[in-house]
Design a protein around this ligand. Structure first.
Ligand SMILES: [Ca+2]
Ligand SMILES: [Ca+2]
Length: 228
């Protein structure tokens, strides 16, 4: 973390929420992959594929989330301070492993505190058109061509494979944690550098953003929007 003694610890908080490190080399084309046991149209067990092994996960996290079956997809609903997060999982190639395909934040009418702005569905897979792309740990995020909004909602080791300022791709921080400005976000940056291939921004040791193949003069604060 930053050595600033009087910061308000936003990123510290989210690190705690997410357990910090997720350098898990997984899965399926560098997407997080999951397996579900389903009986009588109900999800009875959840596993995440990690390092080639199925790691069993809690079905409900003490009542904070639940899974339902929707046709051939699985939906996870997670309770958030502002409402719910709806994540859709799909097994599009029929190999028994499910990938996250989209997510949506729904704001509760009586939500208080910090409230995220973007409430439409966002995708884990880019198209040739303009997309809203989920930037999540364990994913190699691809927007494809077109003007794509890469939406940051969690603090983790994050990686965007095809950020192109020239396509008017944008880096959008909508964390729901109360960030209000680029200046505030910048305070959490502990280091940024180009490693010869990629542009990397570190926010302490548990949080980083890697823009694959991006030169330092190919990204600027003009490409960044802070929404919440
Ligand atoms: Ca696109
Ligand atoms: Ca793009």
């Amino acid at each position: 973390m930053s050595s600033r003694s009087n910061d308000d610890g936003i990123f510290h908080d989210i690190n705690d929420d997410h357990g910090g490190h997720s350098n898990d080399d997984n899965a399926s084309g560098n997407h997080k992959a999951f397996k579900f046991e389903i009986a009588n149209n109900q999800v009875t067990a959840v596993y995440e594929l990690k390092n080639g092994e199925l790691d069993r996960k809690s079905l409900d996290d003490n009542g904070r989330k639940f899974y339902t079956v929707d046709g051939s997809d699985v939906i996870r609903t997670e309770i958030k301070p502002f409402g719910t997060e709806i994540t859709r999982y799909s097994d599009t190639d029929g190999d028994g492993l499910y990938l996250r395909v989209s997510e949506q934040w729904q704001i509760s009418p009586n939500a208080n505190g910090a409230i995220p702005k973007f409430t439409g569905p966002i995708s884990y897979f880019g198209t040739s058109g303009d997309d809203h792309i989920a930037v999540r740990g364990g994913e190699d995020c691809h927007g494809g061509s077109g003007s794509d909004d890469f939406i940051f909602r969690e603090a983790d080791h994050l990686r965007i494979e095809d950020f192109h300022s020239s396509e008017h791709d944008m880096l959008i921080f909508d964390t729901g944690l109360g960030l209000t400005s680029r200046e505030q976000l910048a305070q959490y940056i502990t280091d940024s550098h180009h490693d010869g291939q990629n542009f990397i921004v570190n926010f302490g040791s548990n949080v980083s953003i890697t823009l694959v193949g991006v030169q330092p003069d190919q990204v600027s604060w003009d490409d960044v929007s802070v929404m919440s």
